[in-house]
Design a protein around this ligand. Structure first.
Ligand code: GAR
Length: 213
């Protein structure tokens, strides 16, 4: 199997990006990470990329006169990377439909809720306000809607009575760090088949207990 090229888009802390870096380093994902792309010059994800020797591409949203100009630059960077898979790992902007269409089937996102519940910002806060007993995370293909593409992997966590947003977010984040590498691995092993809204996982090597979610 050909080793895939993966690229990560992140806007901030980058702990999911780190989980991907670590899973690649452990040999759990048959891929090389060819770049980190960020819209935020202050993102801590940049430090993580430099430490891991991954090229960094800063497309600073604030330095473009319009969203269109920003997206044109972003698109060029993404095309030049020629990745097999683009991963939104805490990328906090909505991608325009031009980019979504161009990278259709090769663009995935991680979201901190069990979609279709609680799309958009502050998913953990939304879950707490609604009063659900379980929440979790979702890795999905990106389509033109808001967190609405076909689901690849989901996992749940309990919501406890005493949880505040920070505690719940940390519990979900630990699960994200398992689910995102799992989904990437499945993609890189050519094991994902999209049939309408459903994603079928083709048989392959069993997932290790650490990477299962
Ligand atoms: C993660 O919880 C991710 O699911 C969420 O932002 C956080 C980024 O953390 N993404 C979204 O809410 C996208 N709608 P990280 O920078 O430490 O990976």
């Amino acid at each position: 199997m050909k080793t895939k090229r993966i690229a990560v888009l992140a806007s901030g802390r980058g702990s999911n990006f780190q989980a991907v870096i670590d899973a690649v380093a452990r040999g759990e994902i048959p891929a090389t990470c060819c770049g980190l792309v960020t819209d935020n010059p202050d993102a801590y994800a940049i430090e993580r990329a430099r430490t891991a020797g991954i090229p960094v591409y800063i497309v600073a949203y604030g330095s473009y006169p319009s969203k269109e100009a920003y997206e044109t630059a972003l698109r060029r960077v993404m095309e030049d990377l020629a990745a097999d898979l683009y991963i939104l790992a805490g990328y906090m902007r909505i991608l325009g439909s031009g980019i979504v269409k161009l990278f259709h089937g090769r663009l995935i996102n991680i979201h901190p809720a069990l979609l279709p519940a609680f799309p958009g910002l502050h998913a953990q806060r939304q879950a707490l306000s609604y009063g659900v007993r379980v929440s979790g995370c979702t890795v999905h293909f990106v389509d033109e809607g808001m967190d609405s593409g076909p689901v690849i992997v989901q996992a749940c966590v309990n919501v406890e009575d005493e949880d505040d947003e920070e505690v719940l977010a940390a519990r979900i984040l630990a699960m994200e760090h398992r689910c995102l590498p799992t989904a990437i691995r499945l993609f890189c092993e050519d094991r994902l088949m999209v049939e309408g809204r459903r994603v079928r996982i083709l048989p392959g090597n069993a997932l290790s207990p650490e990477s299962r979610c």
